[in-house]
Design a protein around this ligand. Sequence first.
Ligand code: BTN
Length: 262
Amino acid sequence: MLDIELIRDKVLNKTFITDIYYFKELDSTNEFAKKLDDKDNVLILTDNQTAGKGRLGKEWVSEKEKNLTFTIKKKFKIDPEESNYINFFFSYFLLESIKEFLNKNLPNLNSDNLQIKWPNDILMNSKKLCGLLIESVVNKDEYIIGIGLNVNQEKFNSAFDACSLIEYTKSEINLSELLIHIIFCFSRNLSLLEQQNFGLVFNSWKESTKMIGKSVEFIDPKNVKKTAKIKDFLENGGIKLLISDEEKVYFSGEVKITGFGR
Ligand code: BTN
């Protein structure tokens, strides 16, 4: 369970977060964020998300009080065409903050088994550890950054091919301390986005995918499964694939690496 007093004490006004909403139970932190009109630098937290939303219309299922499910609502003065850097930024620094937290608290563990999967999942040993759902508010500079990170949950429905940090650490992780660590990591690095240091953000993200050259299964936007090889990731958010000897760029779809190119 989250220690909301500790989180408020450490995070409020000591990072970019100036407002926190906490609920014991909530349908979706992203949906709640959408109802907050014209707010900036807000963190929305719940111990029990009952109707979590994932990418591509999927659901995000998370066991009560075991994981982190939270949303940041923030304004960015960024050309909408460059908003994919928001995606690169949050997935990369989320990965970094998890690695830092593990290295600090469990120095003997090797966190090299963590990687980013296009466009913004985090995998551990090729299973999904974390998902981000980033939504923007039309005609405003507001972004809703929803994060689901599996932490202390021990059992998952096999259909999700998911995992959590406890499988790796073997000991329970303090959710509040991990959350505080993540928010500080975002806060420390936000100037990269504000100063439009996009190249650095993109290159760091790209290196963390460790996926170029791998053979994968790709489910295209029309839900057609294809065998593909990853050729490159593009700064405009696209993925370049080699499918039947032809190069193709996609901006949505799903990469499956289970059983392929591990
Ligand atoms: C995905 O991988 O499909 C994205 C999952 C995003 C889940 C998080 S949990 C907190 C926030 N609220 C939601 O309803 N979804 C995001």
